[in-house]
Design a protein around this ligand. Structure first.
Ligand code: SAM
Length: 205
């Protein structure tokens, strides 16, 4: 069963940064891998569901003209907003399981980042969220997913299961990725054909 807002409200009652996103090299390195893996130098409009206290938000904002960052915990969003005080970032209290109208506002995204959020959804909810993500990604747009691989008892899915569901989704082509014992990071393009690589786009091949 998908973990709900009550679960995460309780988690953030224990600590303002319950996932220790701001104080360790593991996360610093993973965020560096995440932004380095983005195939485009700049994005027009990105969506970041589950932004927590906004550490990755700050790094994505540097690469995006506009960014919509969401969480289901109001206190986490407030922390993110205090960290990233920028007119280009819109913070919305929104869950991946809700209607996408509230975040898309009739438009599309050229980047969606699922960083450490997919495993809170059960398989059915994740597949439905992915269908919506693909419907709101412009052709050729990037979907980047990055997840912890070690088992966590409370979570309905493992990181590897999340990436298995994404890999099976129609409308995405895998562009590349990174995996080690701790983390799996994969980059997909919204396409049916394989899009040009970064080197091809840059005229190096
Ligand atoms: C481990 S933190 C990840 C933060 C950030 N994405 C990163 O990688 O640093 C997960 C966040 O996802 C939020 N979350 C949980 N379920 C969610 C859902 N269904 N939709 C949006 N956010 C969710 C939690 O409240 C929490 O702040």
């Amino acid at each position: 069963m998908t973990l709900d807002q009550n679960y995460f409200d309780a988690v953030y009652t224990e600590s303002a940064d319950p996932f220790r996103l701001g104080d360790n090299w593991y996360e610093d390195r993973k965020y560096a891998l995440t932004v380095a893996a983005l195939p485009r130098a700049r994005y027009r409009r990105a969506l970041e569901p589950g932004c927590s206290i906004g550490i990755l938000t700050e790094k994505l904002a540097a690469r995006c003209d506009a960014l919509v960052s969401t969480d289901i915990v109001a206190s986490a969003l407030a922390s993110a907003q205090a960290r990233v005080d920028s007119a280009q970032v819109r913070f919305v209290e929104w869950s991946l399981t809700q209607s996408w109208d509230a975040v898309a506002e009739g438009g599309t995204f050229d980047l969606i980042v699922l960083s450490e959020v997919g495993y809170y959804l059960d398989g059915n909810d994740l597949r439905a969220a992915l269908d919506s993500a693909i419907a709101h990604l412009e052709p050729g747009g990037t979907l980047l997913a990055v997840h912890w691989r070690h088992p966590v008892a409370d979570y309905p899915q493992s990181g590897d299961q999340v990436h298995g569901i994404i890999a099976a989704a129609d409308g995405l082509v895998r562009m590349g990725g990174y995996v080690d014992e701790d983390v799996i990071l994969e980059v997909f393009a919204a396409s049916t054909d394989r899009p040009d690589s970064v080197a091809r786009i840059e005229g190096l091949v």
